[in-house]
Ligand binder design. Structure first.
Ligand code: XUL
Ligand code: CO
Length: 436
């Protein structure tokens, strides 16, 4: 039984190929900067958008009607969906996938029934993983869709909601471990507030810290060794999200003594919603040793919400790959396509076009980043801009040989700072364009 009868395995055919169902730049085996493309990216398909996205929006009904999905919440339907998903991922050549608990299995009438459904569907997932060799990048529990989490999950005013969330994460950790998940993600969907008048900020943050410690303790108890990740995102769905950006997350993790157990999963569209570039978020996390994984997508600069479009911007992927190579890659993380086809892109083949485009855009970014590094001029110009710190006074300051008094006496005898040199921003930008 095939769910994509019109599509074969996607081959690499090179930049000259006119075949839209082929890779033009992503060649899994090709070695760049000492590593195969497969290992650089560790591409991952998300179950939620790609196999649960319906195209419904606040103004209209579902448009993405899939032939393998009868729209019911039966376990049979869920199992058939798993088969379609693995056929898709196998044909695409994606080495990883990621899921929320509620994406793969329907919720039952009780917690026990929900857990049972998850076990049944996880059996099929496990079988398909063994059959195809596709691995689990990360699992996560959806602690934001159900009405019981309307006030938050770990940060709810309702202690029962906290308890439900704990039970859900416990089970999802077990399933993630069983499926060999290499990471476990927390995106704090409803962890934030709409209004400070009705919010006990300290209590909510303390409870969030407590919740993460319980997760760390339980992982130790069951021997789950995957990396915990927090995914920053500002102002959606709540007005203020506690995990609003990389800096806020790292500060929270440090305040609650969690930095040894967590890193960050950074998402491009979340960075732009926070008023940052993805490059900023990546650099900021990496310089603190907190870069774990990325959710690859893009927003729309004219829209102020999370459009989760597939990445097609070569500047963006070039910058991402420059940072990743500089910091030694993603470790156990990957490039996870947290992206959805548009509501009007209604054919199953559009799922292929979207992912092929994203993978090719990343492959081009990698090749361009590698060429920039081999050329060396960008790095050289950067080094020159900071030359005053590489010898003499700057190097003495960095080596702890000065204090305020010694610097004052130096400047009293010198009279003033030496003249500044040009920042050459335009030249930097021109140089980048020579490679794009
Ligand atoms: C929400 C988002 C999530 C997380 C997983 O904006 O990005 O899908 O990636 O919960
Ligand atoms: Co995401």
């Amino acid at each position: 039984m095939t769910h994509f009868p019109d599509v074969d395995s996607i081959p690499f055919e090179g930049p000259q190929s006119g075949n839209p169902l082929a890779f033009h730049h992503y060649n899994a085996e090709e070695v760049v900067e000492g590593k195969s493309m497969r290992d650089h990216f560790r591409f991952s398909v998300v179950y939620w958008h790609t196999f649960r996205g319906t195209g419904a929006d606040p103004f209209g009904a579902p448009t993405l009607l899939r032939p393998w999905d009868d729209g019911s919440s039966s376990v049979d339907n869920a199992c058939r969906r798993v088969e379609a998903a693995f056929e898709f991922m196998e044909k695409l050549g994606s080495p990883y996938f990621a899921f929320h608990d509620v994406d793969i299995a329907p919720e039952g009438d009780s917690l026990a029934a929900t857990q049972k459904n998850l076990d049944v569907v996880a059996d099929v997932v496990e079988r398909e993983m063994l059959r195809t060799g596709i691995r689990l990048l990360w699992g996560t529990a959806n602690l934001f869709s159900h009405p019981r989490y309307m006030h938050g999950a770990a940060t709810s005013c309702n202690a029962d909601a906290f308890a439900c969330a704990a039970a859900q994460v416990k089970k999802c950790l077990e399933v993630t471990q069983r499926l060999g998940g290499e990471n476990y993600v927390f995106w704090g969907g409803r962890e934030g507030y709409q209004n400070l008048w009705n919010t006990d900020l300290k209590r909510e943050l303390d409870n969030l810290g407590r919740f993460f410690h319980m997760a760390v303790d339980y992982a130790k108890q069951i021997g789950f060794t995957g990396q915990f990740l927090i995914e920053p995102k500002p102002k959606e769905p709540t007005k203020h999200q506690y995990d609003s950006d990389a800096a806020a997350c790292i500060n929270f993790l440090r305040a609650y003594d969690l930095t040894d157990h967590f890193k960050l999963n950074l998402e491009t569209n979340h960075a732009t919603l926070a008023g940052h570039t993805m490059m900023h978020e990546l650099e900021y996390a990496a310089l603190q040793g907190m870069l774990g994984s990325i959710d690859a997508n893009r927003g729309d600069l004219l829209l102020g919400w999370d459009t989760d479009q597939f990445p097609t911007d070569i500047y963006q992927t070039t910058r991402i790959m420059l940072v990743l190579i500089k910091h030694g890659g993603l470790g156990s993380g990957g490039v996870n396509f947290d992206a959805k086809v548009r509501r009007e892109s209604i054919d199953p083949v559009d799922l292929f076009h979207a992912h092929i485009g994203g993978m090719d855009t990343f492959a081009r970014g990698l090749k361009i980043a590698a060429a920039m590094r081999a050329d060396g001029r960008l790095q050289q110009m950067l080094d020159e801009r900071y030359a005053s710190w590489s010898s003499g006074l700057g190097s003495d300051i960095e080596n702890g040989k000065h204090d305020f008094a010694s610097l004052e006496s130096l400047m009293l005898s010198q009279g003033d700072a030496s003249p500044n040199t040009s920042g050459r921003q335009e030249l930097f930008e021109n140089l980048v364009n020579q490679f794009i």
